[in-house]
Design a protein around this ligand. Structure first.
Ligand code: ASP
Ligand code: CP
Length: 327
């Protein structure tokens, strides 16, 4: 493990030939099992360093442009914290309405502008495919922080890291992961189902009929021979579940508000329901929650959703170090 006194003892030398140097992170499809081992190994080191020294100079002099066209608390602030804990700095564009986007500037031009000043761009945008468009326009690395209903790859990486840290990496093969809620519009579950298909997991999808997991995602997962099953009620699968991944119904994605009203309170996790679950399972949520997990459950040791946010910091530190050639 690195010594806390000096960043020169870090195991991360600058390496422009490193596999992830200068790469965009657009989709979880870019990651193989070995890549995850690598990312999580670096994230683990980052955790140790943050616990021992707080902030260190691995990315001193580097600048991140945080470009958010949609609201965010965790992703935006954890990327900021990640960059600052690594000694770098951030250009925050969290409210594009105060930027030249309001004057009609296109996404490619905005990205070209920001890369004139920054070394890496983190982008959240309401349109699926926008991160790939931005990456095509940019010479510098673009990291997808959520593109519409498409993907949220850094969330899926931190979700998988959470499962490893909480339940043990060695136990992932054979686990049953149950995803609950809005599986149609929830980009986090689109990325997570794809990423977990690198392991021998069993996936259950529990949702209202109108919010089922998209066929495209299920087909990709099926190609990896991962057992998948769909349900409308949690009851049938809760007792066998090792990870319950709860999601918010994505109100902002509905074309017809009446449809949202029909499904908004479909599932609520509370201590009574959780009596049927294993003692050593965990409940996760990408957050924000808007009622789908009762606050009465927060003190249960199985409630991993607040710890999950912290794991995100270490994974994002690892990703920034990797694409900037320092890991
Ligand atoms: N924060 C996550 C996302 O941006 C999940 C959510 O908003 O419900 O996709
Ligand atoms: N999990 C997540 O992406 O949270 P934010 O929308 O607050 O960034």
């Amino acid at each position: 493990m690195p010594t806390p006194s000096s960043s020169q003892h870090l195991p991360f030398g600058e390496n422009k030939n490193a596999e992830w140097y200068g790469k965009d992170i657009i989709s979880v499809k870019q990651f193989k099992r070995e890549d995850l081992e690598y990312v999580f190994g670096v994230a683990h080191e980052m955790r140790g360093m943050v616990e021992r020294v707080g902030t260190f100079d691995l990315l001193k002099g580097k600048i991140l442009a945080n470009l958010f066209y949609e609201p965010s608390t965790r992703t935006s602030s954890s990327f900021t914290a990640a960059m600052e804990r690594l000694g770098g700095s951030v250009i925050p564009i969290n409210e594009v309405k105060y930027s030249s986007v309001t004057k009609g500037e296109s996404l490619p031009d905005t990205v070209r502008t920001l890369e004139s000043y920054a070394d890496v761009i983190v982008l959240r945008h309401p349109e699926t495919g926008s991160a790939a468009i931005a990456a095509k326009a940019a010479r510098k690395p673009v990291i997808n922080a959520g593109d519409g209903t498409g993907e949220h790859p850094t969330q899926a990486l931190l979700d998988t890291f959470t499962i490893f840290e909480e339940l043990g990496a060695g136990l992932i093969d054979g686990m049953t992961v149950t995803m609950l809620g809005d599986l149609k519009y929830g980009r986090t579950v689109h990325s997570l189902a794809r990423l977990l298909s690198l392991y021998k997991v069993r996936l259950n999808y529990v949702s209202p009929d109108i919010l089922r997991m998209p066929k495209e995602v299920m087909d990709e997962v099926a190609e990896k021979n991962i057992p998948q099953a769909e349900f409308s009620s949690l009851e049938k699968v809760l007792s066998e579940t090792d990870v319950l991944y709860v999601t918010r119904v994505q109100k902002e994605r509905f074309e017809d508000p009446a449809d949202y009203e029909k499904v908004k309170g479909a599932y609520v996790i509370d201590p009574a329901i959780m009596k049927a679950a294993k003692k050593d399972m965990i409940v996760m949520h990408p957050l924000p929650r808007v009622g789908e997990i009762s606050t009465d459950f927060d003190d249960d040791p199985r409630a991993a959703y607040f710890r999950q946010m912290e794991y995100g910091l270490y994974v994002r530190m690892a990703l920034l170090a990797m694409v900037l050639g320092k890991a």
